[in-house]
Design a binder for this molecule. Structure first.
Ligand code: NAD
Length: 443
């Protein structure tokens, strides 16, 4: 099966699928391809690779500031035990459900395989709107959720990390709760990554996802894989989402690569400026000046809808918000030559087809945003060894791993004439199948 056959399979599906359905679709295509072109895979092995091995739903109460008690639902999906521990972030988001957590856990398995990390994939989260909760309420919710996941987490079982709506503070609370219940565990700090530096957090973890994405982009340009790009200098960039990943990629590309950040959005809207924006100044405006805690209104610029900015003129588009943002409708009007998927699952199946037809160079999420889990891996190694690495060491090791991952995906794409997303899936699944057959099935 070649890229054109895989595109034919996709084109039979005319409606937009949800994230889990899209992951399953891509997985199905890759399985079919590996089975016919790389090595035969038994049906049972396909099922083993496809399904999460453990899912947890926990409903728990939290005291709110007004004295009332509210019930919340938390989730964990551990997708694969090809390797243990499993690794994956904790998300706080309204509308979160077991399906999206399961899709994200599946994605983590594939990402760890592409990045060549010895982890299975997992994901956790709580259905809540952190923007509508006080700091104290979020702290109590985190401590209670941490208690609920004690059954599963640990340095060699599930090691959570930050994701949308969580950060160092939540990881510190989860670490503290874990340590209180496991006072004798020798490497308790290795039970969670993305912690504050004082608690064993790795230097560079906060910026890691963005930095890893920048290294992938840099390598693609260096290798001459992006038509019309000889350097990133002056390249016009639109970034969707201005949280941890969005701010850091905008800042990094602006400061270290001389890119022009022409558009920035958040959940409330967007700003666009052809001459370029300074991300640090936009962040200061969002945090200190804006009454809406948003980028909109920055420097008197026109107030755009969050989706509008995706189709404004730019060379590089970086989705760094959440899944299912680039739909078929949006993809038709995108002007960018390159899409760097730092969010998980931002592009729909129909958009994928349109972007492939339009020859937009797409750097898929399971490759492009693997920098976060890679530095989490470094943090886990440091915690287990009782070490603290310098930032320069972290960056050097991350650069090596991200460029290797990129080259491996490109090699797969070139060997089998595949688009980059399918190539990343094929690389991951080929590795997974090798591991299953080498390790065998217990008992
Ligand atoms: P975050 O919560 O810090 O930021 C999310 C941002 O997206 C916020 O600025 C929010 O306002 C914005 N947003 C939400 N809806 C939007 C919309 N419709 N349009 C524009 N902006 C919107 O989250 P984060 O940690 O920066 O994660 C962002 C993405 O990167 C997620 O998909 C996450 O899974 C992925 N990711 C994160 C990491 C990590 O290390 N944090 C690692 C890998 C992948």
């Amino acid at each position: 099966m070649t890229a054109s056959t895989s595109s034919a399979i996709a084109s039979e599906i005319k409606e937009e699928l949800n994230f889990l359905e899209r992951t399953n679709l891509e997985f199905g295509k890759a399985i079919q391809f590996v089975n016919s072109e790389v090595r035969p895979i038994g049906k049972g092995v396909v099922k083993f690779l496809e399904q999460p091995f453990r899912q947890l739903i926990a409903r728990f109460p939290v005291h709110m500031d007004d004295g009332s008690i509210e019930m919340f639902t938390g989730y964990v999906a551990q997708h694969s035990r090809l390797y243990e521990p499993t690794k994956g972030g904790i998300r706080y988001s309204p509308g979160l459900d077991l399906d999206s957590i399961t899709a994200l856990a599946f994605d983590m398995t594939l990402k760890c395989l592409v990045a060549d990390l010895p982890y299975g994939g997992s994901k956790g989260g709580v259905c809540c709107d952190p923007k509508k909760m006080s700091r104290a309420e979020l702290d109590r919710l985190t401590r209670r959720y941490a208690y609920e996941i004690l059954l599963i987490m640990g340095p060699d079982s599930w090691v959570p990390a930050p994701d949308v709506g969580t950060g160092q503070r939540e990881m510190a609370i989860i670490y503290d709760t874990y340590k209180m219940f496991n006072p004798q565990t020798p490497y308790a700090s290795a039970a969670v990554t993305g912690k504050p530096p004082n608690l064993g957090g790795s230097k560079g973890r906060r910026e890691a996802t963005a930095l890893g994405g920048a290294y992938v982009l840099e390598e693609a340009v260096k290798q001459g894989h992006i038509q019309g790009f000889s350097s990133l200098k002056e390249a016009a960039v639109v970034v969707q989402g201005f949280g941890n990943v969005g701010y850091n990629i905008a800042n990094n590309l602006h400061k270290d690569y001389g890119c022009r950040i022409v558009g920035i959005s958040d959940s409330k809207g967007a700003v666009y400026c052809d001459e370029g924006l300074d991300p640090t100044e936009v962040l200061a405006y969002k945090k200190k000046v804006s009454t809406e805690n948003s980028v909109v209104g920055y420097d008197g610029l026109e107030r755009l809808g969050a989706e509008q900015v995706l189709t404004r003129p730019c060379d590089i588009l970086i989705p760094a918000a959440k899944e299912t943002q680039i739909s078929g409708k949006v993809a038709k009007d995108i002007e960018a030559e390159v899409i760097l998927e730092l969010a998980n699952g931002p592009t729909t199946n129909l958009a994928d087809e349109i972007l492939t037809d339009r020859k937009v160079y797409l750097l898929p999420d399971i490759l492009a945003n693997a920098g976060g889990v890679t530095v989490s891996y470094f943090e886990w190694l440091q915690n287990k060894a009782g070490e603290s690495w310098e930032l320069s060491q972290v960056k050097e090791k991350l650069h090596k791993r991200m460029t290797n991952a990129y080259r491996n995906v490109v090699e797969t794409a070139e060997t089998y004439n595949l688009d980059m997303r399918l190539a990343a899936f094929v690389l991951a699944i080929s590795r997974a199948v090798d591991i299953v057959y080498e390790r065998g099935i217990f008992p």
